[in-house]
Design a protein around this ligand. Structure first.
Ligand code: AMP
Ligand code: TRP
Length: 333
């Protein structure tokens, strides 16, 4: 059975981009593959953050993931498996500094910090090293497939480079080169500005929280930007495309086909598209919210389950690390 691994940072709300772009795939893959899904709290320290919130956010994300269908036995918390950080150090020595400085995410986030002008907006070594720790997350379980959104392409490329360099240096095809696995919706756009991807960094307008109440979801879809007026003739405006994507991803393919026909015949009213999309999203997320309420009534149980699964998963990580130390000439007694 092939192995799948993916992770997500505990940095606040889970939005529809995270769900449709990544987490939905996690849920669907669980029956076919050996799966490991991590909440990466070490990664969340790479940008300025509030120490008071990190642990709460980590448990909150665990609850959210289980509420949308991720099995607790497949979940781990990164900082409960310190082998990830140790392997990261080893990989640091198999990765060039120049390659890390050229990473798009590093450049974007560095710029974001500089632009914020805050006093504490210093750029940490952790931010530069972020993709190496991500590589350790993936390779420590010898993952074949990594389900992520399109924005993670470059990081996956780096993981393969590191695996390759490691294999060459130790003279053995030890690590599998991991491949990306996309969902059908690798990029969900912001409904407020469809030229951007849906993301938390733009502020509340730019993402729809999976656990938002019905009225909020309806309001956000109602005010979604459709056609800004400068779309070339014969192409569908990004905002309209995005609503269709959301509708299809919510599992409403009959409605999708029907409205798409209307679009092609020129009779589609955007207000109808919005109504049907909002209904579909509310039905889907309503189930998740109900499940979350149930789970939240016994958080202790979930915490115990995930502590247990992390310690089981740690056994795999320690075994890989033991072999790696052997291969690179570190002490192994
Ligand atoms: P982030 O919230 O940026 O930590 O992303 C967590 C996961 O969600 C990653 O696998 C991303 O690729 C995916 N993701 C984030 N934003 C989007 C989006 N707007 N569309 C599709 N996938 C996304
Ligand atoms: N960088 C990923 C993101 O921003 C999160 C992540 C950390 C990850 N480690 C990973 C994703 C390992 C896949 C595999 O979404």
């Amino acid at each position: 059975m092939k192995t799948v691994l993916s992770c997500i940072q505990p940095t606040g709300d889970m939005h529809l981009g995270n769900y449709f772009g990544a987490v939905k795939n996690w849920v669907d893959l669980q029956d076919q593959y050996k799966c490991y899904f991590g909440v990466v709290d070490y990664h969340a320290m790479s940008m300025p953050y509030d120490v008071k919130n990190l642990r709460t956010n980590t448990w909150e994300l665990i609850t959210n993931l289980v509420s949308v269908g991720v099995k607790p036995e497949n979940l781990f918390i990164q900082s409960l498996i310190p082998e990830h950080a140790e392997l990261c150090w080893i990989f640091n020595c198999f990765c060039s500094y120049g390659q890390l400085t050229r990473m798009t995410q590093f450049k974007d986030k560095t710029q974001q910090l500089k632009d914020s002008g805050k006093e504490d907006s210093f750029i940490s070594v952790g931010l530069l090293d972020y993709p190496v720790l991500q590589t350790a997350d993936i390779l420590i379980y010898k993952a074949d497939y990594v389900p992520v959104g399109k924005d993670q392409d470059q990081h996956l490329e780096l993981s393969r480079d590191i695996a390759q360099r490691f294999n060459t240096q130790v003279g053995k095809e030890y690590f599998v080169l991991p491949e990306t696995l996309y969902t059908d919706t690798p990029k969900i756009r912001s409904t407020a500005d469809p030229s951007k991807k849906m993301s938390k960094s733009g502020g509340e307008k730019h993402y729809i929280n999976v656990f938002a109440d019905e009225a909020t979801i309806r309001r956000q879809i109602k005010s979604a930007v459709t056609d800004s007026g400068n779309t070339p003739v014969g192409t569908m405006a990004e905002g309209v495309q995005n609503l269709f994507e959301l509708l299809k991803a919510s599992g409403q393919s009959l409605h999708y086909d029907e409205l798409m026909d209307q679009y092609h015949s020129g009779s589609l009213k955007y207000v109808d598209l919005k109504q049907v999309t909002a209904d579909a999203l509310v039905t889907l997320t309503g189930k998740f919210s109900a499940r979350k309420k149930e789970i939240s009534s016994d958080r202790k149980r979930l915490k115990d389950q995930v502590k247990q699964s992390s310690s089981e998963i740690r056994k795999i990580a320690s075994e890989t690390l033991r072999e790696v130390k052997e291969l690179v000439g570190l002490m192994n007694i």
